[in-house]
Design a protein around this ligand. Structure first.
Ligand code: 5AD
Length: 310
């Protein structure tokens, strides 16, 4: 099985299903070891560090899983000032972390205000990579942010299945719109990231295989996945969390299917599994995202319960 894995990017659905569901710890270990080997060969031994700057938790959306969804009135809202954002970038730069990830709730008006800030970051840190994660925005704004100096954009598709998408999101949000944004980001020349939660309510193994197939079709440069973790005060607060083990197996599968992709061992994985970041790396991930959000605001960016901030 594993020999086939190493030599093909095109595993049949049946093999993917077996790798995701097999009770065999030996098979799972072999999968992760193979992925780690491929990662070392293709990406080299370095683990890349990114500086995550959660710049605002103001969001127009009401995604059923998310801790900063609009209708959570008990969440104090904040947005960092331009000076604070620049300070975060400076702190990351001094730490030797020259990739800044500006993430925030979906808020097109506020995102417009980021254009001059991105321009300033680009001027002050010409060689840094500027990654944005700001949700669905008008295409002109994606272009303006790119022109101002942003290079990368993370926009998880969340699930490749339209019915499942509808179950996770309020009426009005559509998978088709999300995918049009992802395709446009690629077209504009952004290094583009996709991804999904593992074990979100109603998700099946079939859905995960659909996610992999969709990503094969679109070809993301980065793939971020993490287990679903219920957050209090959301419609899914009593749903069970996703599986850390399945997340690790998926990381390994993705490394084999997308050898060149940058794949983080995410905070959600570390939140659910002690040592999760190391476990992610050992399963084929090559990126760690460290939080640089100012301490006074960190607690307000609780996408899910118990989110660690290391
Ligand atoms: N559990 C795990 N991940 C979540 N995200 C949002 N809410 C949760 C949750 N409850 C993820 C989504 C989003 C990213 C920023 O955080 O996949 O794209």
């Amino acid at each position: 099985m594993i020999e086939t894995l190493k030599n093909t990017r095109n595993l049949p659905d049946s093999a993917l299903q077996e790798l995701l569901e097999s009770p065999s710890a030996a098979l799972a270990q072999e999968l992760k070891d193979t992925a780690r080997e491929v990662c070392l060969k293709v990406k080299g031994p370095e683990v890349l560090i990114r500086a995550l700057i959660e710049w605002s938790n103001v969001c127009r959306n009401d995604c059923l899983y998310c801790g900063i969804r609009r209708s959570r009135a008990d969440v104090p809202r904040y947005s960092l000032s331009p000076e604070e954002i620049l300070q975060c970038c400076g702190a990351a730069w001094r730490d030797g972390v020259p990739t800044f990830v500006l993430q925030g709730g979906e808020n097109p008006a506020a995102a417009e205000g980021l254009v001059p800030i991105v321009r300033t970051i680009r001027e002050r840190f010409p060689s840094a990579a500027i990654t944005l994660s700001l949700g669905e925005l008008p295409f002109e704004l994606y272009a303006a942010l790119k022109e101002a100096g942003a290079n990368r954009y993370l926009l998880r598709h969340e699930t490749a299945n339209p019915e499942h998408y509808a179950r996770l999101h309020p009426a009005g949000m559509r998978l088709e719109t999300r995918l049009a944004c992802i395709r446009e980001l690629k077209r504009l020349g952004y290094e583009t990231g996709m991804g999904m939660m593992v074990g979100s309510p109603g998700q099946t193994t079939r859905n995960l295989i659909e996610d992999l197939r969709l990503m094969q079709e679109i070809g993301p440069h980065m793939i971020g996945i993490g287990p679903f973790i219920p957050q209090d005060g959301t419609p899914f607060e009593n749903c069970p969390a996703g599986s850390a083990e399945t997340t690790l197996r998926l990381i390994a599968i993705m490394r084999l299917m997308f050898p060149d992709a940058n794949i983080p061992a995410t905070t959600a994985l570390a939140t659910l599994l002690p040592g999760g970041k190391q476990a992610g790396i050992q399963a084929g991930a090559n990126v760690i995202m460290n939080v640089y959000t100012p301490l006074k605001e960190r607690k307000k960016y609780d996408l899910y319960k118990g989110k660690t901030d290391v």
